[in-house]
Design a binder for this molecule. Sequence first.
Ligand SMILES: Nc1nc2c(ncn2[C@@H]2O[C@@H]3COP(=O)(O)O[C@H]4[C@@H](O)[C@H](n5cnc6c(=O)[nH]c(N)nc65)O[C@@H]4COP(=O)(O)O[C@H]3[C@H]2O)c(=O)[nH]1
Length: 813
Amino acid sequence: MSLPTAPQKPLILVVDDEASARLIMTATLEEAGFAVIEADSVASARAQFAQQAPDLVILDVILPDGNGIALCAELRQHPKGRDLPIAMATGLDDVASIQQAFQSGATDFITKPISWGTLGHRVRYLLRAHRAFEELTLSEHKNRALLSALPDLLFSLNADGVILARLAGAQSPHWGQWDLQVGDRLTERLPAPLSSLLQPALQLALHSQQPQSLELTLPRSEAGVYWEARLIPRNQQELLLVVRDISRRKRLEHQLWLSARVFEASNEAILITDRDNRIISVNPMFERLTGFHAREVLGQSPRLLGAGQEHRSLYRNLWARLQEQGAWQGELLDRRKDGQEYPVWLSINLLRDADGQIEYHIASFADISERKRQEAQIAHLAYHDLLTGLPNRRLLTDRIQVALAQAERDRDGVAVLLIDLDRFKTINDSLGHDSGDQLLQQVGQRLLARVRHSDTVSRIGGDEFVVLSPDCGQPATAAALAAKLLRALAEPFDLAGTPLIIRASIGIALYPENGQRPDTLLANADAAMYQAKANDGNNYQFYSPELNERNLTRLRMELRLRQALERQEFVLYFQPQVAADGGRLVGAEALIRWQDPVHGLIPPGQFIPLAEETGLIQPIGDWVIQEVCRQQQRWRAQGLELPIAVNLSARQFRQRSFIDGISQALAQTGIPPHLVELELTESMLMQDAQQAAAKLNRLKALGFRIAVDDFGTGFSSLNYLRLFPIDVLKIDQSFVRELQEDRAALAIIDSIIALANALGMNTVAEGVETQGQRDLLQRHGCRTIQGYLIAKPMPETAFVQWLTRYQAQSTPA
Ligand SMILES: Nc1nc2c(ncn2[C@@H]2O[C@@H]3COP(=O)(O)O[C@H]4[C@@H](O)[C@H](n5cnc6c(=O)[nH]c(N)nc65)O[C@@H]4COP(=O)(O)O[C@H]3[C@H]2O)c(=O)[nH]1
């Protein structure tokens, strides 16, 4: 501890060459409480000044080695003498010296003769004034430093908004661009959006003499810059303008606002707990989801939300993870206030303070019941057939795999039975898809009811079902099962009151003999099923390797057919149709051929059924129609106008876009519809008579001619026939062939012709090979004939050549 020291006396340097004057001055000053040092010349004054650093100097003007005024100026240059009070002792009337003294930097002057009585007071006053000046300067410096450190802009303005002074503030980069100078009118220099706000505020501040604050920004402000402007009136004419950049604050405010909105509007429940895991905040979604009001849970542990079913290890793991990684995510089972349990997906994050201590836990969670339900549904859909709910091919494949593994271990067998409903397509088409769906569902149920628990019944597509029977490797057992299933399916079904009897074909493949993998077993059961179908259905067949060969051939053929379509290997042949009497050419039938580069010309009978089965008949049928139109175009250009009959397949005719497609093909080539005759079979008409009639009426209205092919071979209901707008009945060649030998055939032809006549239709006899047949047909009233007797089907050029020859022969020279 240091002792308090006595306040130091101010030190006065008295510079005078007169010893007596110095003596009195020293005595007077010391008596007045000052310490005094003396100098009698400029030289000694310099030395004393440098050594002692006096607080005040009293300088005589005239000194033996120089001039007191010059010494005053010299001392002012000295760092210690810059602000030092220096009093010059001058004669009362020495005005010139007084003037010089002030010019050289003297603070004051003391006139001689000196008033000794007041000298002490005078010096004290000088020292006090000096101290006051020093304090003022210091305070001034402080103020200046303060102002220059301010981040704000500070202007003083007059009542017109003219800048009187720029008091503080580094020019902000934005305001710097407007280059505001003293004398500028603020409202003229600033952009309109700012000045239009400032001007009225300025007036209001002056008028009310109250500070005014306002926020400023530019429209679509660059990078979101905001200022706060404060106008502080100093008097009626002057005010201060303080401009502060508040962009950061605004951004923070905005972020806070946004965070609050997110918290409020979040679709997830949010829950914040403190370091002791007590709930301190929840959002509205939390209240909706849990059923708890915020006030019921604040201060509580989140444990009250859990269903209490989770294993302890889950929570242990959760807390360990949280500590380690600061976050945890996972699924939990929670319980609502009303007791209802629900799964949630929960994310927890830790917030730590600056010392790394846990400050908050932030948890967000969402009810995932719906998602889980959908996931389960998707998983079910992925493995089950939507219509019947039975396992689909994927699940079946899995089950076969498991069954094979088991059978291998037990040295046992497995049977795979592939069941296909006979004529399902016809049922579907005639009764409608809804009934078809119902039937499939009932078939599924019936199969399920007849198999063992360990068997799997699966629907693998369309009307194809598979029964997988593990530990059923014996052909006899498999055959018994197949027979049982056929019997089950043969019992009538009830489709909304309509009884229906169906048949099925079953193919059987056995493990290990017929395959070691699920796909092979399924493919082989499929091949066997085709064999059962080929045997007229309603039976079962075991797989045999020869079957496989047949199947492969079929597959290869399908592939070749597709390529044929791409490579345009199809051609049209034309077979003339002539009037039975006189032989006038009345039309031609277009018949497709496949010009295969390897196997040569392939007749339609060898590929049309497969095309039908695979759906390829649609693009092929489209091609035929387009080709017929192109052919018509060429012939018409040559002056030949001849109706051409085109065969339609059932599938092609059923196509929704069929009418649009054919109309478009004709429109594009400019062919009038009456030059195209559409040949349909009886079964095509009868499959869905209502719809077929509607379609045919539309086609008829468009101008197409309609013919019924192979008439007499189907089961036409004559009643229905009346409903169709038919132009031609084509008598099937089987009747024509037997015409001369079989009286029954002739009787049928007779009745077809009679029927056609009665309904105003034309008749065309197909397959006429002999003159005898022609004569007979003609006698019985058939109007048109077609067959080898006239000409075989020919490619275009041969047809035109034939026609030229034919017309030359039949025209009398
Ligand atoms: N034995 C004998 N046969 C004769 C005689 N006159 C004609 N034929 C043959 O009888 C079939 C008549 O055609 P279809 O009954 O419509 O029967 C056609 C038709 O149902 C179908 N078809 C042909 N072309 C097409 C087509 O472009 N589209 C569709 N969907 N089917 C077609 O293929 C079937 C067979 O056609 P093709 O082999 O050309 O066989 C043709 C024709 O060559 C004859 O005097 N004696």
